[in-house]
Write a protein that binds this ligand. Structure first.
Ligand code: CMC
Length: 423
């Protein structure tokens, strides 16, 4: 739909075309102000579209999430992570033959160069695995220099497949290094998720075979985390890519952004919060503290969702299946009661704060015996599919330019430098 926005400024009026619910920010430049051409001020990009995308659709008010038009609930129910990765990258679900070929291709790229392992293992034993992962991912560009040919479709594809294939290996080795265990190499007999679990948990000679319910729950968690349109880490990936960078360098920036507690680090923070609350009878006191600005209710609130995050709903269901295998995580009682109280409390209702994807995922990860530092890593591995799809869309979009926002300058102007002995 096309429409117009009319702006009056003094004697002048300007007609700005509205396309896809947006005006072109550069069209505002024709409006003169005493501070120069008119621009928008939008810290945190609260209402600014920086790209066109056909990968993921979110309706935050209605709580809808779709990958390439397919509802997340159906994908979580019926697909595998690699099927979803194929969908994100190619725009369509694969048929059986295409899927088999794709799985074969990704799985042959699971081995990581020994020198990359040395980079990961050169960190101190107690370094956060996200820091090791970030370094490992960014270093891969040096092993595959042809990845810098970002306009070559063959190079784009080959390096995306490599990154998706190697990410679980890097993530698992970052973890094994933290716990002082030897690294476990990829096993050709295992699928993407089971092989990842084996590389994490296998001990000595025994071949690790996860309980199928655990394996399916991980698959579902991977699907739910595969993409989420222009979130902070994806924006980091696209920003770094816009300067002409390869997929490894760009994804390395994505890992860094995801590390933050307001983004992928939130599930780790949720567990910490639940443990600090300690028991159901202390929830009221904690909620009062949140309302007085002493703390945030981690795992609640979202920039886009002003409704229940559809991913949180699927995860809440998956907790039951996992707890059947692992036994119930006692922190679940605190989480469920915390959610119930918050959803009825005027503070949260008024601000439309609902549980997000991170509220329940940490409980599952903990039940599966992952240490909290690994939670964000478990987000980064599946999100790699989304980063790759978004990277590809960005570098092949003729309308994309190097990302370079404006600023509102509030500092001094035109001062003379005073010699140091007179300051
Ligand atoms: N607990 C208490 N108050 C909150 C929370 C929260 N979790 N989230 C937002 N608010 C309040 C905030 O203080 C503000 O209140 P007021 O209008 O009185 O100043 C209002 O709600 C609007 O919040 P905002 O900070 O302007 O919203 P935002 O869109 O900038 O931030 C957010 C979104 C996700 C960073 C924020 O909700 C938050 O920090 N949540 C906790 C961390 C978290 O769970 N992050 C995971 C996000 S989902 C995973 C992902 O996709 O990355």
């Amino acid at each position: 739909m096309s429409d117009n926005l009319t702006i009056s400024s003094g004697e002048d009026t300007f007609d700005l075309a509205i396309t896809d619910g947006t005006i072109k920010a550069t069209d505002l430049k024709q409006v003169a102000t005493s501070d120069g051409p008119l621009a928008t001020y939008d810290p945190g990009f609260m209402n600014t579209a920086a790209c066109k995308s056909s990968i993921t659709y979110i309706d935050g008010d209605a709580g809808i999430l779709e990958y390439r038009g397919y509802p997340i609930e159906q994908l979580a129910e019926q697909a595998t992570h690699l099927e979803v990765a194929y969908l994100l990258l190619n725009g369509e679900l694969p048929n059986a033959e295409e899927l088999a070929g794709w799985e074969r291709e990704v799985n042959t790229h699971r081995f990581v160069h020994e020198n990359v392992a040395q980079i990961v293992e050169s960190f101190r034993y107690d370094a956060h695995p996200m820091a090791k992962l970030m370094a490992g991912v960014a270093s891969m560009q040096t092993f595959y220099p042809s990845a810098r040919q970002i306009e070559d479709p063959e190079s784009q594809r080959r390096n995306i497949v490599r990154l998706i294939g190697k990410m679980p290996t890097l993530a698992a080795w970052s973890y094994r290094h933290s716990i002082g265990r030897h690294r476990v190499y990829p096993n050709d007999e295992l699928g993407y998720v089971d092989n990842f679990l084996a590389m994490l948990f296998q001990s000595q000679q025994r071949v690790y075979r996860p309980d199928p319910r655990v394996s399916r729950a991980m698959e579902v968690l991977f699907i739910l985390h595969a993409d989420h349109e222009q979130n902070c880490s994806t924006t980091a990936v696209r920003t770094v890519a816009s300067a002409g960078n390869d997929v490894y360098t760009s994804a390395g920036a994505g890992v860094g952004a995801l590390f933050g507690p307001a983004h992928g680090g939130a599930n780790e923070a949720v567990l910490k919060m639940l443990r600090e609350i300690g028991s159901v009878d202390r929830i009221g006191e904690f909620i009062d503290g949140v309302k007085n600005g002493k703390a945030k209710l981690m795992g609640f609130g979202h920039r886009v969702y002003k409704n229940y995050d559809p991913r949180a709903r699927v995860i809440k269901k998956a907790t039951d299946e996992v707890f059947e295998v692992t036994g119930r995580n006692p922190l679940l009682d605190i989480a469920v009661e915390l959610e119930r109280i918050a959803l009825e409390d005027e503070y949260f209702v008024k601000r439309r704060l609902y549980p997000n994807v991170d509220f329940y995922s940490g409980l599952i990860y903990e039940a599966l015996k992952f240490p909290p530092e690994m939670f964000t890593v478990l987000f980064a591995v599946p999100r790699t599919a989304g980063w790759c799809a978004q990277w590809l869309e960005g570098v092949t979009d003729a309308e994309q330019k190097i990302m370079r926002p404006k600023q509102v300058y509030t500092g001094h102007r035109e001062r003379a430098v005073v010699p140091i002995d007179q300051r």
